[in-house]
Each structure stands twice: as C-alpha cells, then as structure tokens.
Write a protein of this length. Sequence first.
Length: 159
Amino acid sequence: MDKFWDFIENMLHFILFRVFRLKLDDKTWDKICQFVKFGVVGVSNTLISYVVYIILVNLGLHYLLASIGGFLVSVINAYYWNDRYVFKAEQREERAWWKVFLKTFTSYAGTGLILNNLLLILWVDIVGLHEMLGPVINLFVTIPLNFLLNKYWAYKDKV
C-alpha cells in the first residue's frame, strides 16, 4: 500500500511543481500532501459508507439503521488509513490507539452526522435548495473541519 501513497504524492508533486510551477517549502508541501491523503481516505469512506448502506437496506434493514451501519464501517476505515498513512506517528511518539479511535469517531460523528444533518436542514428546508445539492455543499464545510479536528485533536502528538 505504500506504493499507492507514493503514487499519490508523486502525482501531486508533478501537478504542483511541474504543471503549476509552484515553489513550496517542505513544511507547506507536507501539509498539502497530508490534506490530499486525507481527501483520498475521505473518498474511500464515502464509497464504503454508501455500499454498506445499500447492502443493509437490501437486506431489509431500516434506512436510518443502514445509514448508521455505513457510518460505523466508514469510521473504522478512516481510523485505519488516517492512523497508518495520513497522520502517522513519529518514531518516538506513542499513541493510545483507543483514545485516537474515540477521538476519530467523535470527530466524524460531529461533522458527518450532526453538522451534516443540521446543514442539510438549513439548505433544504430554510434556503430551499434541492435535497441532492445540500450534501455536496456540505462537503466544503465538513471535510476541512474534519481534517482540522483529526490533525489537531484526534492525532495530535501527545494523546
């Protein structure tokens, strides 16, 4: 799997440095790579959550329970990939996995369940946007917020 993440970094490097000819210091480059990796994990979370949702609904589960099931599986996926590749612990850094997992779950629950649904009510019921457009707009709020929560709270150096 390291080759996959190396490929992502190489493609990003090519786009930013060769195509756009940006000049970035190492610290900025690392932050951009981390955010892009977080986005890749986020895309996989969305797909996994949706597939689990479809499977559970087709097995006869109520759609709300299926949604919660998809959410739970996607949080486990997020924890695994974020812990191993996005917010990797430094050599001397020790983390209590269960604390990080609980914080990851809380971060995703806060943005993925609570904030997302509150924003949906705002977009659909108050503003009058189509119900299919609301979740797309929400991504522009929830993804950066979730990244910050994970980076500076769930995966901070000393847990």
